[in-house]
Design a protein around this ligand. Structure first.
Ligand SMILES: [Mg+2]
Ligand SMILES: [Zn+2]
Length: 97
């Protein structure tokens, strides 16, 4: 499934409710799922890890729908290279802080 197809699927499933809730509250749900993913990774919860990745991705997509962002279009810039250095294999200096 392409990102655009997934975004349209999520739009059909959830967007009416998501738009009523609004971006700020939808962002809280997204953040909660990010926390669940952090826990699954920290606890090495292999049974739930993939599910939590899916939840985070679905909530990110739903947030993009609420905000009117086409994610497939938005990520296209990576197909031309790293946005930082322009290389297909990133050569940017690593920044952790
Ligand atoms: Mg979850
Ligand atoms: Zn780079």
């Amino acid at each position: 499934m392409h990102i655009g197809e997934f975004q349209r699927l999520i739009d059909r499933m959830y967007s009416e409710r998501d738009r009523r809730r609004g971006a700020a509250k939808t962002f809280l749900w997204f953040a909660e799922e990010v926390g669940e993913l952090a826990s699954a990774i920290a606890k090495k919860d292999e049974a739930n890890k993939a599910t939590e990745f899916a939840d985070v991705f679905a909530w990110l997509v739903t947030l993009a729908n609420v905000e009117g962002v086409d994610l497939e279009e938005a990520v296209k810039k990576f197909s031309e290279g790293c946005p930082g250095c322009g290389e297909m294999v990133c050569r940017c200096e690593e920044k952790m802080t």
